[in-house]
Design a protein around this ligand. Structure first.
Ligand code: PLP
Length: 431
């Protein structure tokens, strides 16, 4: 009897959900090696660890949560989120550019979600027609495909980097983006693209200002040219508060509007906000979709749509962090205390990344450009063979489609050099 016959109660789309998460299986290999006494390096997990290997905690957030009243833990939140939290979510998305954007006539709205994942689900479920494809870069966070597939959507991709680096947009394949977008506009009634920037998972790439502007300009121009085709740009801001330019996209949007680019009615820009990493509350499932549009009535309508979607999917999002963090960020002292802890954690990442890039240069390892956030990336044709060759040296990384992900967020500073050495040997053995 095969599995299909045995599990007649499982719907056909359920049968398609197979396999263990590759990240967790390589993490298990690290754990086995460490438990067996090997001096093993953990570059597998996607959470920020202290150099000691313990989960890094933003202590200001932790302390604030621990003294919250019991009712804030126990009660439901309003279905669309606590109003003060929604206001905070808009500020976390737009930062110091919020006032400028609102002054330029943009209306902003937000709906609370269980983490950034909930925001991605909201977008998948509401901004693309079933059967359509969503435009991604060819290197992207693996779960994107599952969120989209679960909503009956496919993907279209364009290359992460241009084959011929252009001086104007060295980290963006603008032609690839335009061509893929045009293709979708020809065949679909609406188009959506997801862009995890800054601090891309899995590479650590952040688009510089000119590239952001070029991409936004191309998207706005496509929306203007195809006025009956809905255009949604979703910026996945899962790691933005660890980036050098955390609010670069808000700045770019303001720059485009100031330059007189018209905002077409059929254009929507959203942010998927996650507090998992920025506030080290991965398990408290707190995030938001933030949306921008010149028509206030459209923003209100979206808020209703998101509220209903949440109600029908997970009910309300968890309350406790919405309450605690909106209180914390409400005072300048609270915000400053959070950001000094955030800076301490960001410094860990910067030190590890600087050491890694320098060591890779010394060992002749051709790692991808990597600027911010939790990861770095080694592009290669046989990622599993490279990861296996590293594992033979007790350096555990994650082989993904097109390359190997290096979890700088997990690797103690003192072990970073060993990762570059392992990759150098692996490259020699495999490539
Ligand atoms: C690229 C990216 N987007 C979104 C998320 C969502 O995070 P969460 O749902 O924990 O807030 C993650 C988490 O790892 C991520 O890496």
């Amino acid at each position: 009897m095969d599995e299909g016959d045995a599990m007649q109660y499982l719907a056909s789309h359920g049968h398609e959900k197979t396999g263990n998460d590759v990240i967790f299986s390589w993490f298990a290999r690290y754990q086995h090696a460490a438990e067996a006494g090997a001096d093993a390096v953990n570059g597998t997990v996607g959470a920020l660890l202290e150099d000691s290997g313990l989960l890094a905690i933003n202590n200001v957030v932790d302390e604030a949560i621990r003294v919250a009243p019991p009712s804030e833990f126990a009660a439901y939140a309003p279905l669309k989120g606590l109003p003060a939290f929604l206001d905070l979510a808009v500020t976390l998305a737009l930062g110091e550019h919020r006032g400028v954007l609102e002054g330029l006539g943009l209306h902003t709205g937000a709906t609370a979600t269980p983490g950034g994942s909930g925001a991605l689900f909201q977008a998948a479920s509401n901004f693309a027609e079933r059967g359509d494809a969503v435009l991604l870069r060819d290197r992207h966070w693996g779960p994107y495909v599952g969120f989209l597939k679960g909503c009956g959507l496919g993907i279209a991709t364009y290359p992460l980097l241009p084959t011929e680096p252009s001086a104007a947009t060295p980290f963006l394949d603008l032609d690839g983006f335009r061509t893929a977008l045009d293709g979708l506009v020809q065949s679909q009634g609406s188009v959506m693209t997801w862009l995890n920037d800054p601090a891309h998972n899995p590479t650590g790439l952040s688009l510089p200002p000119e590239s952001r502007y070029a991409l936004l300009n191309a998207f706005m121009e496509s929306a203007t040219r195809n006025e009956h085709t809905g255009h949604t740009l979703l910026l996945d801001a899962a790691y933005h508060l660890y980036a050098d330019e955390p609010h670069g996209w808000a700045e770019t949007i303001a720059e485009a509007l100031n330059a007189g680019l018209p905002w077409p009615e059929n254009l929507l820009i959203c942010f998927a906000i996650s507090l998992s990493k920025s506030h080290t509350i991965y398990g408290l499932r707190t995030g938001a979709v933030v949306y921008l549009h010149p028509e206030e009535s459209n923003v209100q309508r979206l808020n209703d749509v998101m509220g209903v979607t949440g109600r029908q999917t997970w009910s309300a999002s968890p309350r406790i962090a919405q309450h605690v963090l909106s209180e914390l960020h409400a005072t300048p002292e609270g915000g400053a205390a959070w950001s000094s802890e955030r800076d301490r954690l960001a410094d860990l990442l910067t030190a590890r990344r600087d050491t890694f890039i320098e060591a890779c240069q010394r060992h002749g390892v051709a790692v991808n450009p990597s600027h911010d956030g939790f990861f770095a990336w080694y592009e290669c044709t046989d990622p599993v063979a490279v990861a296996e060759a590293c594992a033979n040296q007790h350096v555990y990384l994650v082989p993904l489609s097109g390359g190997v992900r290096i979890g700088l967020c997990a690797i103690p500073q003192s072990k970073v050099e060993r990762v570059a050495e392992a990759l150098a040997k692996a490259a020699e053995a495999v490539e």
